[in-house]
Design a protein. Structure first.
Length: 81
């Protein structure tokens, strides 16, 4: 059974992407001990919720997701495809 964590997998992926917008799905999966398919699914979910994700990212990571014109999750999704 996996250990309990305070942050959801979605939040953990979001923080990884915030730290490195060019992070590969394989690296996300390895860091979080999930499959690449799960990592892709989570990143896809985050891309679909652009505005709330940006607000959460700004709160958790202290970044301004609007600075580049695109949220980090969208950049990671595009680089993964």
């Amino acid at each position: 059974m996996p250990s309990w964590t305070f942050l959801t997998a979605h939040t953990r992926v979001l923080l990884l992407v915030a730290r490195d917008p060019g992070v590969r799905l394989r690296d996300i999966a390895n860091s979080l001990d999930i499959t690449e398919r799960s990592a892709f699914s989570i990143v896809s979910d985050l891309v679909e919720q652009e505005r709330p994700v940006g607000e959460v990212l700004a709160l958790l990571a202290g970044t301004d997701y609007r600075a580049s014109g695109r949220p980090a999750a969208r950049r990671a999704y595009r680089s993964a495809c």
